[in-house]
Design a protein around this ligand. Sequence first.
Ligand SMILES: Cc1cc2nc3c(=O)[nH]c(=O)nc-3n(C[C@H](O)[C@H](O)[C@H](O)COP(=O)(O)OP(=O)(O)OC[C@H]3O[C@@H](n4cnc5c(N)ncnc54)[C@H](O)[C@@H]3O)c2cc1C
Length: 403
Amino acid sequence: MIGAGHAGLAASSFLTARAIDHVVLERGEVANSWRRERWDSLRLLTPNWQSRLPGHAYDGPDPDGYMTMREVIEFISSFASRSRAPVRTHTAVTSLVRRDDGYAVVTDSTEIRCRCVVIASGACNVPSVPSFSDAIPSSIEQLTPFDYRAPSHLPDGGVLVVGASATGVQLAHEIHASGRPVTVCVGEHVRLPRTYRGRDVLWWMDRAGVWNQRYDEVDDLIRARRLPSPQLVGTPERTTLDLNALTAAGVTLVGRIATVRDGTALFSGGLRNMFALADLKMQRLLDTFDEWASSCGGALDVGPPERFPATRVPESLRLQLDLRRGAIRSIVWATGFRPDYRWLHVPVVDEKGHLRHEGGVVDSPGLYALGLPVLRRRKSTFIHGIEDDARDVIDHLAGYLAR
Ligand SMILES: Cc1cc2nc3c(=O)[nH]c(=O)nc-3n(C[C@H](O)[C@H](O)[C@H](O)COP(=O)(O)OP(=O)(O)OC[C@H]3O[C@@H](n4cnc5c(N)ncnc54)[C@H](O)[C@@H]3O)c2cc1C
Protein backbone atom coordinates (compact mmCIF):
# COMPACT_ATOMS: atom_id res chain seq x y z
CA MET A 1 0.00 0.00 0.00
CA ILE A 2 1.39 3.42 -0.89
CA GLY A 3 0.01 6.22 1.28
CA ALA A 4 -1.41 6.44 4.79
CA GLY A 5 -4.21 8.89 4.13
CA HIS A 6 -7.76 7.71 4.80
CA ALA A 7 -7.81 5.74 1.50
CA GLY A 8 -4.69 3.65 2.20
CA LEU A 9 -5.76 3.05 5.79
CA ALA A 10 -9.27 1.94 4.77
CA ALA A 11 -7.82 -0.51 2.25
CA SER A 12 -5.37 -1.74 4.89
CA SER A 13 -8.27 -2.51 7.26
CA PHE A 14 -9.92 -4.71 4.60
CA LEU A 15 -6.61 -6.50 3.92
CA THR A 16 -6.20 -7.14 7.65
CA ALA A 17 -9.76 -8.49 7.85
CA ARG A 18 -8.82 -10.99 5.12
CA ALA A 19 -5.47 -11.79 6.80
CA ILE A 20 -3.57 -10.61 3.71
CA ASP A 21 -0.02 -9.75 4.68
CA HIS A 22 0.79 -6.14 3.75
CA VAL A 23 2.57 -2.94 4.69
CA VAL A 24 1.51 0.71 4.31
CA LEU A 25 4.37 2.92 3.14
CA GLU A 26 3.98 6.61 4.01
CA ARG A 27 6.51 9.29 3.11
CA GLY A 28 5.46 11.48 6.05
CA GLU A 29 3.09 10.68 8.89
CA VAL A 30 -0.42 9.25 9.02
CA ALA A 31 -2.83 11.83 7.52
CA ASN A 32 0.17 13.65 6.10
CA SER A 33 -1.76 15.76 3.57
CA TRP A 34 -4.02 17.17 6.28
CA ARG A 35 -0.97 17.93 8.46
CA ARG A 36 1.24 19.56 5.82
CA GLU A 37 -0.77 20.75 2.86
CA ARG A 38 -3.81 22.63 4.20
CA TRP A 39 -4.34 26.20 5.41
CA ASP A 40 -4.93 27.15 9.07
CA SER A 41 -8.64 27.98 9.05
CA LEU A 42 -9.75 25.02 6.89
CA ARG A 43 -12.57 22.86 8.14
CA LEU A 44 -14.05 19.92 6.30
CA LEU A 45 -16.93 20.91 4.06
CA THR A 46 -18.52 17.53 4.77
CA PRO A 47 -20.50 17.40 8.05
CA ASN A 48 -19.30 15.31 10.99
CA TRP A 49 -22.03 12.67 10.58
CA GLN A 50 -20.53 12.00 7.17
CA SER A 51 -17.02 11.40 8.53
CA ARG A 52 -16.97 7.62 8.58
CA LEU A 53 -14.38 4.99 7.76
CA PRO A 54 -14.76 1.19 8.04
CA GLY A 55 -15.89 0.53 11.64
CA HIS A 56 -15.03 4.08 12.67
CA ALA A 57 -17.38 7.06 12.73
CA TYR A 58 -17.69 10.47 14.33
CA ASP A 59 -19.43 10.02 17.69
CA GLY A 60 -19.05 13.49 19.23
CA PRO A 61 -21.70 15.98 20.37
CA ASP A 62 -21.97 17.96 17.10
CA PRO A 63 -22.93 15.65 14.20
CA ASP A 64 -23.92 18.63 12.02
CA GLY A 65 -20.63 20.50 12.59
CA TYR A 66 -17.49 20.46 10.42
CA MET A 67 -14.10 19.19 11.62
CA THR A 68 -11.08 21.46 11.97
CA MET A 69 -7.77 20.15 10.62
CA ARG A 70 -6.69 19.11 14.12
CA GLU A 71 -9.87 17.07 14.45
CA VAL A 72 -9.44 15.45 11.01
CA ILE A 73 -5.87 14.43 11.84
CA GLU A 74 -7.09 12.99 15.15
CA PHE A 75 -9.98 11.18 13.43
CA ILE A 76 -7.75 9.52 10.82
CA SER A 77 -4.93 8.79 13.29
CA SER A 78 -7.32 7.09 15.72
CA PHE A 79 -8.64 4.96 12.84
CA ALA A 80 -5.04 3.94 12.03
CA SER A 81 -4.43 2.91 15.68
CA ARG A 82 -7.77 1.19 16.04
CA SER A 83 -7.34 -0.85 12.85
CA ARG A 84 -3.69 -1.56 13.77
CA ALA A 85 -2.58 -0.52 10.31
CA PRO A 86 1.02 -1.69 9.66
CA VAL A 87 2.24 1.78 8.66
CA ARG A 88 5.90 2.55 7.99
CA THR A 89 6.10 6.33 8.32
CA HIS A 90 8.85 8.48 6.80
CA THR A 91 9.28 5.94 4.01
CA ALA A 92 8.88 7.50 0.57
CA VAL A 93 8.36 5.28 -2.45
CA THR A 94 10.89 6.46 -5.02
CA SER A 95 10.26 3.84 -7.71
CA LEU A 96 7.70 1.17 -8.61
CA VAL A 97 8.56 -1.27 -11.40
CA ARG A 98 7.10 -4.53 -12.68
CA ARG A 99 9.22 -7.60 -11.75
CA ASP A 100 8.42 -11.23 -12.68
CA ASP A 101 4.80 -11.79 -11.60
CA GLY A 102 4.73 -8.83 -9.22
CA TYR A 103 6.37 -5.52 -8.38
CA ALA A 104 9.57 -4.09 -6.91
CA VAL A 105 8.86 -1.15 -4.66
CA VAL A 106 11.95 0.93 -3.99
CA THR A 107 11.81 3.30 -1.04
CA ASP A 108 14.37 5.73 0.29
CA SER A 109 15.59 2.99 2.67
CA THR A 110 14.83 -0.44 1.18
CA GLU A 111 13.38 -2.51 -1.67
CA ILE A 112 10.25 -4.64 -1.25
CA ARG A 113 9.02 -7.37 -3.60
CA CYS A 114 5.27 -8.02 -3.66
CA ARG A 115 2.55 -9.46 -5.88
CA CYS A 116 0.15 -6.55 -5.54
CA VAL A 117 0.38 -2.81 -4.97
CA VAL A 118 -2.43 -0.41 -4.07
CA ILE A 119 -1.67 3.18 -5.01
CA ALA A 120 -3.36 5.37 -2.40
CA SER A 121 -0.92 8.23 -2.70
CA GLY A 122 -3.64 10.86 -3.18
CA ALA A 123 -5.21 12.80 -6.03
CA CYS A 124 -4.02 16.20 -4.85
CA ASN A 125 -0.22 15.90 -4.53
CA VAL A 126 0.70 18.96 -6.59
CA PRO A 127 -1.15 22.24 -7.09
CA SER A 128 -1.95 22.85 -10.78
CA VAL A 129 -0.65 26.23 -11.88
CA PRO A 130 -0.92 27.43 -15.51
CA SER A 131 2.38 27.84 -17.33
CA PHE A 132 1.70 31.54 -18.05
CA SER A 133 2.29 32.19 -14.33
CA ASP A 134 5.94 32.61 -15.45
CA ALA A 135 4.88 35.85 -17.14
CA ILE A 136 3.58 37.43 -13.90
CA PRO A 137 5.72 40.47 -12.91
CA SER A 138 8.24 39.51 -10.22
CA SER A 139 6.94 42.24 -7.88
CA ILE A 140 3.86 40.06 -7.29
CA GLU A 141 4.04 37.23 -4.77
CA GLN A 142 2.55 33.98 -6.09
CA LEU A 143 1.18 31.27 -3.80
CA THR A 144 -0.64 27.97 -4.11
CA PRO A 145 -2.98 26.55 -1.44
CA PHE A 146 0.02 24.45 -0.30
CA ASP A 147 2.02 27.62 0.57
CA TYR A 148 -0.90 29.65 1.89
CA ARG A 149 -1.56 29.44 5.63
CA ALA A 150 -3.38 32.67 6.63
CA PRO A 151 -4.04 36.17 5.22
CA SER A 152 -1.49 37.71 7.61
CA HIS A 153 1.29 35.97 5.63
CA LEU A 154 0.35 37.86 2.46
CA PRO A 155 1.74 41.28 1.60
CA ASP A 156 -0.63 44.20 2.20
CA GLY A 157 -2.60 45.27 -0.86
CA GLY A 158 -4.77 43.66 -3.51
CA VAL A 159 -5.00 39.92 -4.03
CA LEU A 160 -6.00 38.05 -7.17
CA VAL A 161 -7.48 34.63 -6.36
CA VAL A 162 -7.57 32.45 -9.45
CA GLY A 163 -10.31 29.81 -9.26
CA ALA A 164 -13.73 29.66 -7.65
CA SER A 165 -14.06 26.10 -6.45
CA ALA A 166 -14.26 25.33 -2.70
CA THR A 167 -10.64 26.42 -2.17
CA GLY A 168 -10.93 29.63 -4.21
CA VAL A 169 -14.13 30.92 -2.59
CA GLN A 170 -12.94 30.06 0.92
CA LEU A 171 -9.57 31.79 0.50
CA ALA A 172 -11.12 34.81 -1.27
CA HIS A 173 -13.59 35.25 1.58
CA GLU A 174 -11.04 35.08 4.39
CA ILE A 175 -8.45 37.23 2.60
CA HIS A 176 -11.10 39.87 1.88
CA ALA A 177 -12.14 39.82 5.55
CA SER A 178 -8.51 40.65 6.46
CA GLY A 179 -8.92 44.05 4.74
CA ARG A 180 -7.16 43.22 1.45
CA PRO A 181 -9.14 43.99 -1.73
CA VAL A 182 -9.79 40.69 -3.51
CA THR A 183 -10.54 39.92 -7.16
CA VAL A 184 -11.58 36.37 -8.05
CA CYS A 185 -11.20 34.80 -11.51
CA VAL A 186 -14.22 32.58 -12.07
CA GLY A 187 -14.19 29.67 -14.50
CA GLU A 188 -16.42 26.60 -14.50
CA HIS A 189 -17.77 26.09 -10.99
CA VAL A 190 -20.31 24.12 -8.98
CA ARG A 191 -22.76 26.29 -7.05
CA LEU A 192 -24.54 24.84 -4.00
CA PRO A 193 -26.40 26.32 -1.04
CA ARG A 194 -25.03 25.14 2.32
CA THR A 195 -28.50 24.15 3.48
CA TYR A 196 -31.63 23.30 1.55
CA ARG A 197 -35.13 22.99 3.02
CA GLY A 198 -33.54 23.12 6.47
CA ARG A 199 -31.01 20.31 5.89
CA ASP A 200 -27.34 20.29 4.89
CA VAL A 201 -27.14 20.05 1.11
CA LEU A 202 -24.84 17.04 1.52
CA TRP A 203 -27.60 15.30 3.51
CA TRP A 204 -29.79 15.65 0.43
CA MET A 205 -27.05 14.26 -1.81
CA ASP A 206 -26.61 11.36 0.56
CA ARG A 207 -30.29 10.54 0.98
CA ALA A 208 -31.30 11.13 -2.64
CA GLY A 209 -28.57 8.69 -3.73
CA VAL A 210 -26.48 11.21 -5.72
CA TRP A 211 -23.19 10.25 -4.02
CA ASN A 212 -23.72 6.56 -4.72
CA GLN A 213 -23.99 6.88 -8.50
CA ARG A 214 -21.50 4.37 -9.91
CA TYR A 215 -18.74 5.34 -12.33
CA ASP A 216 -20.19 3.09 -15.05
CA GLU A 217 -23.58 4.83 -14.76
CA VAL A 218 -22.17 8.36 -15.18
CA ASP A 219 -22.91 9.85 -18.64
CA ASP A 220 -19.62 11.67 -19.18
CA LEU A 221 -17.09 10.03 -16.88
CA ILE A 222 -14.07 12.05 -18.04
CA ARG A 223 -15.93 15.26 -17.31
CA ALA A 224 -17.27 13.99 -13.97
CA ARG A 225 -13.71 13.13 -12.92
CA ARG A 226 -12.52 16.68 -13.67
CA LEU A 227 -15.41 18.52 -12.04
CA PRO A 228 -14.25 21.28 -9.64
CA SER A 229 -15.13 20.90 -5.96
CA PRO A 230 -18.45 22.56 -4.96
CA GLN A 231 -18.56 26.10 -3.58
CA LEU A 232 -19.04 25.02 0.01
CA VAL A 233 -17.45 25.95 3.32
CA GLY A 234 -17.86 24.28 6.71
CA THR A 235 -18.59 26.96 9.32
CA PRO A 236 -20.39 26.72 12.65
CA GLU A 237 -23.02 29.14 11.22
CA ARG A 238 -23.56 26.88 8.17
CA THR A 239 -23.16 29.85 5.82
CA THR A 240 -23.60 29.62 2.07
CA LEU A 241 -20.47 30.83 0.29
CA ASP A 242 -21.50 31.19 -3.33
CA LEU A 243 -20.53 34.02 -5.69
CA ASN A 244 -23.46 36.18 -4.58
CA ALA A 245 -22.15 35.95 -1.01
CA LEU A 246 -18.69 37.02 -2.21
CA THR A 247 -20.14 39.93 -4.21
CA ALA A 248 -22.18 41.03 -1.19
CA ALA A 249 -19.00 41.00 0.90
CA GLY A 250 -17.30 43.33 -1.62
CA VAL A 251 -15.18 40.85 -3.60
CA THR A 252 -14.77 41.67 -7.33
CA LEU A 253 -15.52 38.91 -9.84
CA VAL A 254 -13.84 38.59 -13.23
CA GLY A 255 -13.86 35.82 -15.85
CA ARG A 256 -11.44 32.95 -16.22
CA ILE A 257 -7.84 34.12 -16.62
CA ALA A 258 -6.86 33.33 -20.22
CA THR A 259 -3.22 34.42 -20.16
CA VAL A 260 -0.78 37.10 -19.03
CA ARG A 261 0.69 39.25 -21.80
CA ASP A 262 3.13 42.15 -21.31
CA GLY A 263 2.34 42.20 -17.60
CA THR A 264 -1.42 42.35 -18.16
CA ALA A 265 -3.81 39.58 -17.11
CA LEU A 266 -6.49 38.90 -19.73
CA PHE A 267 -9.84 37.55 -18.55
CA SER A 268 -12.53 35.70 -20.46
CA GLY A 269 -15.75 37.62 -21.12
CA GLY A 270 -17.93 34.54 -20.67
CA LEU A 271 -18.86 35.16 -17.05
CA ARG A 272 -22.59 35.52 -17.77
CA ASN A 273 -22.70 32.09 -19.45
CA MET A 274 -20.60 30.53 -16.72
CA PHE A 275 -23.04 31.83 -14.08
CA ALA A 276 -26.10 30.72 -16.05
CA LEU A 277 -24.69 27.20 -16.41
CA ALA A 278 -23.86 26.85 -12.71
CA ASP A 279 -27.30 28.22 -11.72
CA LEU A 280 -29.01 25.79 -14.09
CA LYS A 281 -27.09 22.80 -12.76
CA MET A 282 -27.86 23.77 -9.17
CA GLN A 283 -31.51 24.14 -10.12
CA ARG A 284 -31.56 20.64 -11.65
CA LEU A 285 -29.95 19.16 -8.55
CA LEU A 286 -32.54 20.84 -6.32
CA ASP A 287 -35.27 19.46 -8.61
CA THR A 288 -33.80 15.99 -8.08
CA PHE A 289 -33.95 16.51 -4.32
CA ASP A 290 -37.56 17.71 -4.52
CA GLU A 291 -38.59 14.73 -6.65
CA TRP A 292 -36.96 12.37 -4.20
CA ALA A 293 -38.64 14.16 -1.25
CA SER A 294 -42.05 13.86 -2.98
CA SER A 295 -41.47 10.16 -3.52
CA CYS A 296 -41.04 9.78 0.26
CA GLY A 297 -44.56 11.13 0.84
CA GLY A 298 -44.91 13.08 4.08
CA ALA A 299 -42.28 11.00 5.86
CA LEU A 300 -39.49 13.60 5.74
CA ASP A 301 -38.94 16.31 8.31
CA VAL A 302 -37.88 19.07 5.87
CA GLY A 303 -39.02 22.59 4.99
CA PRO A 304 -40.79 23.65 1.77
CA PRO A 305 -38.90 23.78 -1.57
CA GLU A 306 -36.65 26.82 -1.97
CA ARG A 307 -35.27 28.63 -5.00
CA PHE A 308 -32.26 30.95 -4.93
CA PRO A 309 -31.62 34.21 -6.84
CA ALA A 310 -29.54 33.90 -10.02
CA THR A 311 -25.84 34.67 -9.67
CA ARG A 312 -25.46 38.42 -10.04
CA VAL A 313 -23.35 39.53 -13.03
CA PRO A 314 -21.08 42.53 -12.22
CA GLU A 315 -22.36 45.77 -13.79
CA SER A 316 -19.09 46.52 -15.53
CA LEU A 317 -17.10 43.46 -16.42
CA ARG A 318 -13.33 43.86 -16.34
CA LEU A 319 -11.56 42.05 -19.18
CA GLN A 320 -7.98 42.88 -18.27
CA LEU A 321 -5.85 43.99 -15.36
CA ASP A 322 -2.43 45.60 -15.60
CA LEU A 323 -0.41 43.72 -13.00
CA ARG A 324 2.45 46.26 -13.12
CA ARG A 325 0.40 49.07 -11.58
CA GLY A 326 0.64 47.85 -7.98
CA ALA A 327 -3.07 47.23 -7.35
CA ILE A 328 -2.38 43.49 -7.10
CA ARG A 329 0.39 42.50 -4.68
CA SER A 330 -0.18 38.75 -4.56
CA ILE A 331 -1.82 35.97 -6.56
CA VAL A 332 -3.23 32.78 -5.07
CA TRP A 333 -3.56 29.96 -7.60
CA ALA A 334 -6.64 28.03 -6.48
CA THR A 335 -6.64 26.23 -9.81
CA GLY A 336 -6.90 22.66 -8.57
CA PHE A 337 -4.49 19.86 -7.84
CA ARG A 338 -3.13 16.80 -9.62
CA PRO A 339 -1.52 13.54 -8.58
CA ASP A 340 2.25 13.05 -8.74
CA TYR A 341 3.33 9.73 -10.27
CA ARG A 342 6.95 10.55 -11.03
CA TRP A 343 7.98 7.45 -9.06
CA LEU A 344 5.68 5.14 -11.05
CA HIS A 345 7.67 3.31 -13.74
CA VAL A 346 4.89 1.05 -14.95
CA PRO A 347 3.30 2.26 -18.23
CA VAL A 348 -0.15 3.01 -16.77
CA VAL A 349 -0.21 6.81 -16.83
CA ASP A 350 -1.83 8.53 -19.83
CA GLU A 351 -0.52 11.63 -21.61
CA LYS A 352 -2.60 13.87 -19.29
CA GLY A 353 -0.97 12.37 -16.19
CA HIS A 354 -3.98 10.24 -15.14
CA LEU A 355 -3.82 6.57 -14.18
CA ARG A 356 -5.45 4.17 -16.63
CA HIS A 357 -7.82 2.12 -14.51
CA GLU A 358 -11.26 0.54 -14.54
CA GLY A 359 -12.93 1.28 -11.22
CA GLY A 360 -9.57 1.18 -9.40
CA VAL A 361 -8.25 -1.91 -11.19
CA VAL A 362 -5.19 -0.46 -12.91
CA ASP A 363 -4.13 -1.55 -16.37
CA SER A 364 -1.32 -3.83 -15.03
CA PRO A 365 -1.95 -7.17 -13.24
CA GLY A 366 -2.01 -6.83 -9.44
CA LEU A 367 -1.92 -3.03 -9.48
CA TYR A 368 -4.80 -1.09 -7.89
CA ALA A 369 -5.72 2.52 -7.05
CA LEU A 370 -7.95 4.23 -4.50
CA GLY A 371 -8.88 7.80 -3.63
CA LEU A 372 -9.18 9.17 -7.19
CA PRO A 373 -12.18 11.25 -8.37
CA VAL A 374 -15.26 9.14 -9.24
CA LEU A 375 -13.04 6.03 -9.03
CA ARG A 376 -16.06 3.74 -8.48
CA ARG A 377 -18.72 6.18 -7.29
CA ARG A 378 -19.38 9.93 -7.19
CA LYS A 379 -18.32 9.93 -3.53
CA SER A 380 -14.93 8.25 -4.19
CA THR A 381 -12.59 11.08 -3.12
CA PHE A 382 -14.56 11.96 -0.02
CA ILE A 383 -13.84 10.42 3.36
CA HIS A 384 -17.25 8.74 3.54
CA GLY A 385 -16.81 7.37 0.01
CA ILE A 386 -13.80 5.20 0.67
CA GLU A 387 -15.42 2.29 2.51
CA ASP A 388 -17.41 0.96 -0.47
CA ASP A 389 -14.56 1.58 -2.93
CA ALA A 390 -11.88 -0.01 -0.73
CA ARG A 391 -14.06 -3.07 -0.08
CA ASP A 392 -14.63 -3.59 -3.83
CA VAL A 393 -10.99 -3.06 -4.76
CA ILE A 394 -9.67 -5.35 -2.03
CA ASP A 395 -12.24 -8.01 -3.06
CA HIS A 396 -10.75 -7.88 -6.55
CA LEU A 397 -7.19 -7.97 -5.19
CA ALA A 398 -7.98 -11.00 -3.00
CA GLY A 399 -9.45 -12.79 -6.03
CA TYR A 400 -6.33 -11.99 -8.02
CA LEU A 401 -4.04 -13.39 -5.28
CA ALA A 402 -6.17 -16.53 -5.05
CA ARG A 403 -5.85 -17.25 -8.77
C1 LIG B 1 -8.26 21.40 0.31
C2 LIG B 1 -8.99 20.11 0.37
C3 LIG B 1 -10.14 20.01 1.15
C4 LIG B 1 -10.85 18.80 1.21
N1 LIG B 1 -11.97 18.75 1.98
C5 LIG B 1 -12.64 17.57 2.08
C6 LIG B 1 -13.79 17.46 2.93
O1 LIG B 1 -14.25 18.42 3.49
N2 LIG B 1 -14.39 16.24 3.06
C7 LIG B 1 -13.93 15.14 2.38
O2 LIG B 1 -14.51 14.06 2.55
N3 LIG B 1 -12.86 15.24 1.54
C8 LIG B 1 -12.22 16.42 1.38
N4 LIG B 1 -11.13 16.51 0.54
C9 LIG B 1 -10.85 15.38 -0.36
C10 LIG B 1 -10.10 14.20 0.26
O3 LIG B 1 -10.75 13.71 1.40
C11 LIG B 1 -8.68 14.54 0.60
O4 LIG B 1 -8.02 14.94 -0.59
C12 LIG B 1 -7.95 13.37 1.21
O5 LIG B 1 -6.72 13.83 1.73
C13 LIG B 1 -7.70 12.24 0.22
O6 LIG B 1 -7.31 11.10 0.92
P1 LIG B 1 -6.34 10.04 0.29
O7 LIG B 1 -6.04 9.04 1.34
O8 LIG B 1 -6.86 9.57 -1.02
O9 LIG B 1 -5.04 10.89 -0.07
P2 LIG B 1 -4.08 11.69 0.92
O10 LIG B 1 -4.76 12.11 2.16
O11 LIG B 1 -3.41 12.74 0.09
O12 LIG B 1 -3.06 10.55 1.32
C14 LIG B 1 -2.04 10.10 0.45
C15 LIG B 1 -0.83 9.80 1.28
O13 LIG B 1 0.16 9.25 0.43
C16 LIG B 1 1.42 9.75 0.81
N5 LIG B 1 2.30 9.63 -0.36
C17 LIG B 1 2.20 10.28 -1.54
N6 LIG B 1 3.19 9.90 -2.36
C18 LIG B 1 3.93 8.99 -1.69
C19 LIG B 1 5.11 8.24 -2.00
N7 LIG B 1 5.70 8.36 -3.18
N8 LIG B 1 5.60 7.39 -1.05
C20 LIG B 1 4.98 7.26 0.16
N9 LIG B 1 3.89 7.96 0.51
C21 LIG B 1 3.36 8.81 -0.41
C22 LIG B 1 1.14 11.19 1.22
O14 LIG B 1 2.13 11.68 2.09
C23 LIG B 1 -0.22 11.06 1.90
O15 LIG B 1 -0.14 10.86 3.29
C24 LIG B 1 -10.40 17.69 0.46
C25 LIG B 1 -9.25 17.80 -0.33
C26 LIG B 1 -8.55 19.00 -0.38
C27 LIG B 1 -7.31 19.07 -1.24
